[in-house]
Design a protein around this ligand. Structure first.
Ligand code: J2J
Length: 542
C-alpha cells in the first residue's frame, strides 16, 4: 500500500482532557452504536429503501457479513476505503460493515467523478473503493477501472449491483475471518469527510468516533430525534449535513427509521413521505423552494412531517416564512460545515428567529469569535469573520500543511471563511464570505479549481471564475475567459469541461469572453480583487 501520512485528528492534551471531563467525549464508537440498537431494538425497522425493509437485527447481520467480506479481500483494520454510493439501503450495510471491520470510509458524493474521486483515494492512500453499478444515468464501473489504474495501492473495486468485472458486494459472505473483538479507539479516526474546497482541491477531513458521535447525540437532542422518528434521506447521504446533523447516523443512534430517497425531488420524495409517515428531513434551499412549490398541488399526504431542516446555503427569510403555512411543519435552519461547527435554530424558537437567522451553535463547548480583518473582535450585530474551535471541530486537515496554515490560527481556531453577524442569544446571521468559492445550491465550488480546468484548454489564455447571485440556485458560477487565438464558443468550452471527468456541478453556468482582465489599476492585483472586479462589472451591466 502507498500510505500517505497516517490518518489522525488530534486535539491538544488539555483540550482533550476537558472535552472528556465535560462529558462531550464519552468513548462511544460507531460499531458500539449499531450493536446497542441490535441488542435493544433488534425487531424495529432501521432502514427502508426500494423494496427493502431491514430491521436493526438485519442491518447488524448485513454489516457483519460486509465486514467479513472486506477482511476476506485482505483489507486490514486502519485501511481507507472510498465509498461512493447513492441513497440505497446497502450504503448502511457497507458503512457499518467498514466500521465493524475497523476500516475507515472516505465519503465521495454521487456527483463526483474521476478527477475528484482519484484525488480523495490518492490523498487518503485508499486500498479499495465501493461504488454502485449505475445511478441517475451514470455508470460508475468504468470510473472504478480508471481509479485502479490511476491510484497505486487501490487494489479492490467493490460494486453494489451488477459488478461488470469488479468484485460483487452481493458475493460477500460470512466467512472464517475473525471480526475484531474489540472496538476501535474512540479517539481514532472513524471516517473521512471532504471539504467543499475554498482554494484548490478538496481537503480531507478526518473525524474521530468521539467528536463525530458527540455532534450526532447533541443534534439528536436539538432536533427531537427519538425512536419514533422517521428520517427521510433526501440529500445525498455522504454529505455531512444528512449524515450527521443529525441525519442518518442520528437516526440510527436514536433507534429511529431511515427512509432512503434515491433523488431529492418532490416526485420521488413525496410518495415516500406519505407511505412511510416521514417526520423529519433536511434539504438545501433550492430544493426547499421546489418542495414549497409542489406541496400545495400534491395528492400525497405530507401531514406526518414535523420538522423540515434547511441548510448548506442561505435560506432567504421570505422563503423561510412559507414553510409552516405551506408544509404545516416547523422549519429548522442549519448552518454547518464538514469541519465541525453546526448551528441550529431550536424547534421552540420564536418564528422570527427561525426565519431570519441561521441558528446558534449546538454545544456550550463551541467557541465562536467574530473578528474584523485586523483580527479584532467586532461588536454585537456587526459583521465579522467567523472563527471557531470546539469539541467536534477539527484542528487540521489531513496531510496539507499549506491549507492548515491558511485555515487554522496558531491557537487552533478554524477560519471558516464565513462572514456573519451575531444577535443577542448567540444567533448567527450569514452575511457573506471572505473566500472565493461558489455556493451553488449548497455545492461548494472552488474558483481556483475550475480556473485550473479551464486553463488546460488549448485556446484558453486565462480564466477567472466568480459567483453570481441566482434566484433559484442562490449562486451560480460565471467564468471570465481570455481566449488565445480563435475564441471558442461558450457551449464548446462547456462540453469540453463536461468531458474532463469532473463533477457536473463544476461546469461553469455562464462563460463570458473578455479581451483582458486589466480593469483599473496598473500593476499586479490579487486574484481575489480581480474576481471581485469582474463580478461587479457584470452585475452592473445586468
Ligand atoms: C448559509 N451558508 C451555509 C446556511 C452551510 C449541516 C448543514 C450544512 C453543512 C454544510 C453541514 C449554511 N446558510 N444555513 O456540514 O453538518 C455554508 C457556509 C459553510 C459551508 C460549509 C452540516 N450552511 N453554509 O453545508 O462543508 O459557507 O457543510 O462554511 O458542505 O456552507 O459547507 P459544507
Amino acid at each position: 500500500t502507498t500510505t500517505a501520512s497516517p490518518l489522525a485528528q488530534v486535539w491538544p492534551a488539555d483540550f482533550a482532557r476537558r472535552y472528556r471531563e465535560d462529558g462531550y467525549w464519552t468513548g462511544e464508537t460507531f460499531p458500539a452504536v449499531l450493536r446497542a440498537m441490535v441488542e435493544t431494538r433488534g425487531e424495529a425497522i432501521a432502514v427502508i429503501g426500494g423494496d427493502q425493509r431491514w430491521s436493526y437485527a438485519e442491518l447488524g447481520r448485513r454489516a457483519d457479513v460486509a465486514a467479513a467480506g472486506f477482511l476476506a479481500l485482505g483489507l486490514a483494520p486502519g485501511d481507507r476505503v472510498v465509498v461512493q454510493l447513492p441513497n440505497i439501503p446497502e450504503f448502511f450495510a457497507v458503512v457499518f460493515g467498514l466500521f465493524r471491520a475497523g476500516l475507515i470510509p472516505v465519503f465521495a458524493l454521487p456527483d463526483h467523478r474521476l478527477a475528484e474521486v482519484s484525488h480523495f483515494a490518492r490523498k487518503a492512500g485508499a486500498a479499495a473503493c465501493v461504488i454502485a453499478d449505475t445511478h441517475n444515468g451514470f455508470d460508475y464501473r468504468p470510473l472504478g477501472h480508471a481509479l485502479q489504474q490511476e491510484v497505486p495501492g487501490l487494489r479492490h473495486v467493490i460494486v453494489v449491483g451488477d459488478p461488470g468485472g469488479h468484485v460483487p458486494f452481493s458475493g460477500f459472505a460470512a466467512g472464517p475471518e475473525r471480526l475484531p473483538d474489540t472496538d476501535p479507539d474512540p479517539s481514532s479516526v472513524a471516517l473521512v469527510q471532504v471539504s467543499g474546497g475554498s482554494t484548490g482541491l478538496s481537503k480531507l477531513i478526518p473525524r474521530t468516533h468521539d467528536d463525530y458521535l458527540y455532534s450526532i447525540r447533541t443534534s439528536n437532542e436539538i432536533c427531537g430525534m427519538t425512536p419514533e422518528s422517521v428520517y427521510l434521506a433526501a440529500l445525498p447521504v455522504a454529505h455531512n449535513f444528512p449524515m450527521s446533523s443529525p441525519g442518518i447516523f442520528g437516526a440510527i443512534r436514536a433507534g429511529a427509521r431511515v427512509v432512503t430517497s434515491p433523488l431529492p425531488n418532490p416526485e420521488t420524495a413525496f410518495p415516500l413521505i406519505a407511505r412511510e409517515r416521514v417526520t423529519i428531513t433536511g434539504l438545501v434551499p433550492p430544493l426547499a423552494l421546489l418542495w414549497l412549490q409542489a406541496a400545495p398541488r400534491t395528492d400525497h399526504d405530507l401531514s406526518s412531517l414535523e420538522v423540515l431542516q434547511v441548510g448548506g446555503a442561505k435560506f432567504m427569510p421570505e422563503a423561510a416564512k412559507r414553510v409552516r403555512p405551506v408544509l404545516g411543519c416547523t422549519l429548522q435552519q442549519v448552518f454547518g460545515m464538514a469541519e465541525g461547527l453546526v448551528n441550529y435554530t431550536r424547534l421552540d424558537d420564536p418564528e422570527d428567529i427561525i426565519t431570519e437567522t441561521q441558528g446558534r451553535p449546538m454545544s456550550p463547548g463551541d467557541e465562536v469569535l467574530l473578528l474584523d480583518d485586523q483580527g479584532q473582535p467586532v461588536p454585537e450585530g456587526v459583521s465579522g469573520n467567523l472563527h471557531t474551535r470546539g469539541p467536534y471541530t477539527i484542528r487540521a486537515y489531513h496531510d496539507d500543511a499549506g491549507a492548515n496554515a491558511r485555515s487554522f490560527t496558531d491557537d487552533g481556531f478554524y477560519r471558516t471563511g464565513d462572514v456573519v453577524r451575531r444577535l443577542p442569544g448567540g444567533y448567527l446571521v450569514m452575511q457573506g464570505r471572505a473566500t472565493d468559492h461558489i455556493n451553488r445550491a449548497g455545492e461548494k465550488i472552488s474558483a481556483e479549481e475550475v480556473e485550473d480546468h479551464l486553463l488546460a484548454h488549448p485556446r484558453v489564455f486565462d480564466a477567472a471564475v466568480v459567483s453570481i447571485p441566482d434566484k433559484f440556485l442562490g449562486e451560480r458560477s460565471c467564468a471570465f475567459v481570455i481566449a488565445e487565438g480563435e475564441t471558442p464558443k461558450p457551449a464548446e468550452l462547456k462540453s469540453w469541461m463536461r468531458e474532463r471527468d469532473i463533477a457536473p456541478f463544476k461546469v461553469p453556468d455562464q462563460i463570458v469572453f473578455v479581451d483582458s482582465f486589466a480593469t483599473t489599476a496598473v500593476g499586479k492585483i490579487s486574484r481575489k480583487e480581480l474576481r471581485a472586479g469582474l463580478r461587479a462589472n457584470l452585475l452592473e451591466q445586468e
